[in-house]
Design a protein around this ligand. Sequence first.
Ligand code: GDP
Length: 372
Amino acid sequence: NQDEDKLTEYMDELEFLAFTAGATVQKRFTQKLTQPDSKTFIGSGKAQEIKEYVKENEIGTIIFDDELSPSQLKNLEKEIEVKILDRTNLILDIFAQRAQTSYARTQVELAQYQYLLPRLTRMWTHLERQKGGIGMRGPGETEIETDRRIIRDRISLLKDKLKVIDKQMATQRNNRGKVVRAALVGYTNVGKSTLMNALSKSDVFAENKLFATLDTTVRKVVIGNLPFLLTDTVGFIRKLPTQLVESFKSTLDEVREADLLIHVVDISHESFEDQVESVNNTLMEINAHQKPMIMVFNKIDGFSYDKKDDDDLTPSTKKNVSLEEWKKTWMGKSKYPTVFISALTKENFPEMKKMIYDEVMKIHISRFPYND
Ligand code: GDP
C-alpha cells in the first residue's frame, strides 16, 4: 500500500513535469516487474496494451518515468510505433524551454548532446516526425541527422565555452569579497523564487511549474542594516539527469561556496519529507551538507488536511496530523534553526528574518572579529 502511494506520487510528479513541458496526460500505465526488461524496459504484454491504447486514442507521445537505455528506447518505439520520451529527455526539454541566459542555454545544449550521442541511431525515421513537439526542441530538432563526429566536436566546443564562463563566474564570486553569501536551496516549486522576491523586493520569475528558475539570480538583501548576498538556485528534483548535474556546475558552485543555506520546504506537498531527503542527498553529493543551514517550512497557508469526521475541527494533514503535531516531530527537533512561514501571505516573516539575521551575523562576526 505504501508502495502504491509512492507510485502515485511519482506519477503525479511526472504528470506535472509533462504539464510543464506542455503536454496533457491522458492515461497512466504502471507495471510491477522484479527488474526492468533489458530489451524493452516493460514486458511485452504491457507494451501491447499500450500500443492498443495509443492506436485507439491517437496518442502522440509516451513518457517513461525512468531513463531508458538507447536500445530500450529504440525497441519500444519500433514496438509501440509512437514517439517515446524518458524522464531525462523530458527534463532536458523543459530546461531547453526555460534557459534564459547564454550560460544556461550552453549548459542545456551540452546536456542534450550528451544525451543524444548514444541515441543517434534512433531518429524516429519510421515515424512521422512532428516538428517542435516535446523532446524535439533544441539540438535534436535540427541536427539529429548529423553524424557523431560533428556532435562530438560540438560537445567539446561547448565544454570549452563553459570552462571560460565558469572561470568568469568564479572570478565574479571571488570579487564579491567577504560579504556573507546565503543560498536558497530546495526541491523544485517549493517557493524559493517567491521568497527571494519577498526578501529582496526584486522581481524574479515565479510560476507554478517545475523549474521556473534555471539561472541563478544573486540579489543584495539587507535585514536590519546587515547586507548579504542571496542566491536563488535551480530546484532540485528526484532523478535529476546526471548530464545536468555535471553541466550545471556553476549553479551548484553557488551552493557549494555559500556561507549559509536556506533550505525551503513546501509542507503543503504530500511528499515533502521525500523532497527534503532528496535535497539533502544532493547537498551531500556536492559536499555542501555541513554548512550552516536554516530550515524554512513554507506554504503553511496551503497546509491541507482531512477532517477525521464532520465534527472534528482540528486541522490535520492528509496523514491526519495537524501542523502543531508536525512541529513536534523531526521538523521541530531539527538541529538547524527552523521556521514555519508563508512566502505568499508573509506570515511569520519577522521571525524568519530575525533567524536569518542571527545566522548571517554569526558568520559576519567570525569574519570581522575586531569590528564592533
Ligand atoms: P521555486 O521553484 O522553488 O522557485 O518556486 P516558486 O517561487 O516559483 O513557487 C512555486 C509556486 O508556489 C508558485 O505558484 C508560487 O506562487 C507558489 N507559492 C510560493 N510560496 C507559497 C506560499 O507560501 N503559499 C502558497 N499557497 N503558495 C506559494
